[in-house]
Design a protein around this ligand. Structure first.
Ligand SMILES: NC(=O)c1ccc[n+]([C@@H]2O[C@H](COP(=O)([O-])OP(=O)(O)OC[C@H]3O[C@@H](n4cnc5c(N)ncnc54)[C@H](O)[C@@H]3O)[C@@H](O)[C@H]2O)c1
Length: 371
């Protein structure tokens, strides 16, 4: 399984370190949900290239970039050089020739002989195209203010002549954009997305299901996340945080069947916390005879390894989906691994149910509807 990464940041670097340490026999499969269930070996995943826009990373070897995130030193079997990606040009008043950018990206994909792409760039604001003609128009007319980097990367993968997969771990609507899903079906591309479901949100989803099954009425939900990595730093920009808020909040009405006042979004940046974020949750609810109970949870969670472990599964599931010709998007996989599972009309369901869906898909009994 030959993989390319968009965004060689914390998650991508911990993914590379963890995979290499597994290959070296230094660590086990902890944190990989379907470690032994997927008929593809973790050891056969090969990270072949990455694209970034940070000048301190572009042109550097993986091992040099990783030093910022992992201090124990590690030798990679493929110590690739980070390539220059596509920078966000919206609102900058510059001319871009999309055909040329896409052509250059595809040349790199061919050189690295890639079939699976993982999107881990900084959270961005992006609007869905809805209609595939509108997406094609924006690309054809070089409408630089309309197309986000994640959308451009997806388009380049769809244009790549080889059947391939685009795993969208960030909130930009790709699996939730009917335009992208249609283009993917036509161009033999698999999409998984959107926004990797690591950290506090899956826990909240399962707790809400627990309360809903017992007929308890949730009154409100507070969920705080404070972290010290660059992902949290970037989310302090209101526009970027807004896109994260949309993905996280949809779980409430999807799971409870009604909406309640809630605050579920990254709350703050505190540098000394580093990657190990602080999560606090408070959920008051009404029980039998009007009794008022409340759940109060405090946790410290290492952010990047939580998502990197899921990506180890997603890469192997992508290889299976390509082999099975399941192009477009695959709901049973998105339902478990993503905060906002595509396609657009699909609901977020508790992760403990979605886990059974994804296992059935792996064992090839997929009769699951998206709604
Ligand atoms: N557990 C988690 O950490 C978690 C969970 C869910 C989703 N995510 C998402 O994963 C993404 C990556 O998280 P991270 O902690 O690695 O962040 P990070 O800030 O460490 O890494 C992001 C990288 O993307 C690069 N980048 C920015 N714009 C780019 C572009 N146009 N092209 C190529 N590269 C670009 C940055 O230079 C940086 O190297 C974030 O968008 C985040 O929302 C993370």
């Amino acid at each position: 399984m030959r993989v390319a990464i968009f965004g060689q940041g914390y998650v991508a670097s911990i993914l590379a370190v963890g995979l290499q340490r597994i290959k070296n026999g230094e660590i086990g499969y902890e944190g990989i949900p379907l470690a032994d269930c997927i008929p593809r070996k973790i050891e056969d995943i090969e990270l072949t290239t990455a694209f970034d826009i940070d000048v301190s990373k572009v042109g550097r070897r993986l091992s040099e970039v990783v030093q910022a995130y992992w201090h124990d030193g590690i030798k990679f079997e493929n110590d690739y050089e980070v390539k220059l990606g596509y920078e966000d040009m919206r609102g900058r008043g510059v001319d871009v020739d999309f055909e040329e950018v896409v052509g250059q990206l595809i040349d790199e994909y061919r050189r690295a002989d890639v079939e699976i792409f993982v999107n881990l760039i900084t959270t961005e604001k992006a609007e869905p195209f809805e209609d595939v003609q509108e997406l094609k128009r924006a690309i054809r007319e070089n409408d630089v203010d309309r197309v986000s980097p994640a959308q451009l990367y997806f388009y380049s993968v769809a244009e790549y002549e080889r059947p391939s997969a685009f795993i969208n771990c960030i909130p930009s609507p790709i699996a939730n954009d009917p335009a992208c899903v249609e283009l993917a079906s036509r161009s033999k591309t698999v999409i998984f997305g959107d926004d990797g479901a690591s950290g506090a949100t899956p826990l909240t989803a399962d707790l809400l299901a627990h309360l809903q099954q017992r007929g308890r009425k949730v009154l409100c939900i507070s969920q705080f996340n404070i972290g010290g990595n660059t992902d949290f730093l970037s989310l302090m920009e209101p526009e970027r945080n807004a896109s994260k808020e949309t993905t996280k909040s949809s779980i409430v009405s999807d799971i409870l069947g009604y909406d309640v006042p809630h605050f579920i979004k990254p709350t703050g940046y505190l540098e000394p916390l580093g990657d190990k974020k602080f999560v606090a949750m408070h959920i008051p609810y009404i029980s039998f005879n009007g009794a008022e109970d409340e759940l109060i949870i405090n946790a410290r969670i290492n952010d990047s390894p939580a998502l990197a472990g899921l990506i180890v599964d997603l890469i192997r599931l992508a290889a299976l989906a390509i082999e099975r010709n399941e192009f477009g998007t695959v709901y049973p996989i998105n339902a478990f691994y993503m905060k906002m599972p595509g396609p657009k009309e699909a609901r977020a369901i508790p992760k403990m149910f979605a886990f059974e869906l994804v296992k059935s898909w792996v064992y090839e009994t997929p009769s699951i509807k998206a709604t």
